[in-house]
Design a protein around this ligand. Structure first.
Ligand code: ATP
Ligand code: MG
Length: 254
C-alpha cells in the first residue's frame, strides 16, 4: 500500500530560498556595491540579503556610512549592484541598463529624499508635474493629476508657491506628492524627516501611515528610533550587511 504524505510534493507551495516568492516586491540576494575612487575601494554593501513583501512598512536604520543610502539607491533602481541579484516585483533588474532602470523606476517607485530635491524656481504644481512630463502624459491630464495629488497631501492652497515660499514640512509634502503622482506601489524614503522638526516629522509620518493603509509598500531610512517605530519592521544595516531584522514595537507590542 502506498504511504500517503500529508502534503503531496505536487501541491506544496514551492519556496524559493534565493529568488522571489509570490507576494515579494523586493528581494536581494548577496547584493554588493563597490565604489572605486582612484586607488581607493569602498565596499559600501557586502552581501545584503533582504526580502520585503507587498504592503510591508519597513524602516532601515544603522550608523552613518553603513550603506543605507547605497542600498536605497539600488532598491530604487537609481544605481546597479556590483555583484548579486535584485528582483523587483518578481523581475530580475540587477543587470538592466540605465534606460531600462529609469523606465521601471518611473512606473513602480516613488522616491522621497531628505533634502526634498525640488526645483527651486518651479511652483509646487510644476514640481509635481515633472515625472509626468518625463513620461509624456498629455498636459491637461498632467495638471489634473498633479492637482489631485497635491490636494491629497493638503497642499491645495499652495500649488502656485515656489519651494522658498513654503515651510520645510510643506516642501517635503510637495516631494511626497511628486513621488506619488505616477501611482507607484513602492514608496522609498531616505531620511524623509532628517531636515524637519519633531512636530513636522510626526505630520509627515502620518502621511506615510495613510499611504501604508492604502496598500503601498514603504521602505524608509531613518536615524531616529522614534521615527523607525512608525514602521512595522526594523532592519539594521551595519558595515554593508543586514545586522538585525525584527518587528517594531508597534507590532510586537513590547
Ligand atoms: N558615490 C560614491 N562614491 C564613493 N563612495 C561612496 C559613494 N557613495 C557612498 N560611498 C561610500 O559608501 C559608504 C556607504 O555610504 P552610504 O551613503 O550608503 O551610507 P549611509 O548609511 O547612507 O550613511 P548616512 O547615515 O551618513 O547617510 C560610505 O563609506 C561612503 O563614503
Ligand atoms: Mg544616507
Amino acid at each position: 500500500m502506498a504511504i500517503e504524505t500529508a502534503v503531496s510534493p505536487d501541491t506544496a507551495p514551492a519556496v524559493n530560498a534565493e529568488g522571489p516568492n509570490p507576494g515579494d516586491v523586493i528581494v536581494t540576494s548577496n547584493l554588493w556595491k563597490t565604489y572605486v575612487m582612484g586607488d581607493q575601494t569602498v565596499n559600501a554593501l557586502r552581501g545584503v540579503n533582504l526580502r520585503i513583501r507587498h504592503s510591508e512598512y519597513v524602516a532601515i536604520m544603522g550608523p552613518s556610512g553603513s550603506g543605507k543610502s547605497t542600498l536605497m539607491n539600488l532598491i530604487g533602481c537609481l544605481d546597479s549592484p556590483t555583484q548579486g541579484k535584485y528582483w523587483l516585483n518578481g523581475h530580475d533588474v540587477s543587470s538592466l541598463n540605465d534606460d531600462e532602470l529609469a523606465r521601471i523606476r518611473n512606473k513602480e517607485i516613488g522616491f522621497v529624499f531628505q533634502t526634498f530635491n525640488l526645483l527651486a524656481r518651479a511652483t509646487s504644481l510644476h514640481n509635481v508635474e515633472l515625472p509626468l512630463i518625463y513620461n509624456g502624459t498629455p498636459a491637461a491630464e498632467r495638471t489634473a493629476r498633479a492637482k489631485a495629488v497635491l490636494e491629497s497631501v493638503n497642499l491645495g492652497t499652495r500649488m502656485m508657491h515656489k519651494p522658498n515660499e513654503l515651510s520645510g514640512g510643506q516642501r517635503q509634502r510637495v516631494a511626497i506628492a511628486r513621488a506619488l503622482v505616477n501611482s507607484p506601489s513602492i514608496i522609498l524614503a531616505d531620511e524623509p524627516t532628517g531636515n524637519l522638526d519633531s512636530k513636522t516629522s510626526v505630520e509627515i509620518m502620518a502621511l506615510f501611515d495613510d499611504l501604508h493603509a492604502k496598500g503601498n509598500t514603504i521602505v524608509l531610512v531613518t536615524h531616529e528610533p522614534d521615527i523607525a517605530e512608525f514602521a512595522h519592521r526594523i532592519v539594521t544595516i551595519r558595515d554593508g550587511a543586514v545586522a538585525s531584522d525584527h518587528p517594531s514595537s508597534r507590532v510586537s507590542g513590547s
